[in-house]
Ligand binder design. Sequence first.
Ligand code: IMP
Ligand code: MG
Length: 178
Amino acid sequence: MLLSRDQIARRVAEMGAQITRDFAGQTLVFVGVLKGAAIFLSDLARQVQLDSTFDFIGVTSYGNRPKPEDETKAVTWDSTGEVRLTKDVDQSLRDKNVILVEDILDTGLTLTYLKRLIMGHEPRAFRIATLLDKPSRRIQPVEADYLGFTIPDKFVVGYGLDFAERYRNLPDICVLSE
Ligand code: IMP
Ligand code: MG
């Protein structure tokens, strides 16, 4: 176990309080990245005391995502072609305060792609909330505005994060053993 359900709950409450302060008196749209962010979004949104709506966006990578032992090859790939949209948002984000909610920021390819996509909607404000960050694997220079935990370069599961679609419902975040 890397992060217990209690540690996660405490940190998510702090993040929610921060968002509540930052956007006091305004409305928000939480946009969750399917499927990993679903659990984090539902906990985070309940810690934000503001008038809010939810939306969801789906992405997939083309499968040439770098493996940890294969990092050097990654920098030569076309990072813009790496990510593909599988589900767009349902509502217009124009003039909205958008909080993009992601489970983990790893290479940064996904959030770089999604940031560009959402900025095209001309939101009033755009912020990234991610529960986890693995900065050692970054390829694209994207940073979160609201970050739960910085973690080492380990593959983690639970609290929404999967390995081949499994383990998303583990209440704690665990390192996948060999
Ligand atoms: P990025 O585009 O490399 O930043 O990747 C972000 C996506 O990769 C996340 O939304 C996850 O779906 C997946 N991912 C990266 N690291 C992990 C991990 O340790 N466990 C589970 N999924 C991960
Ligand atoms: Mg994901």
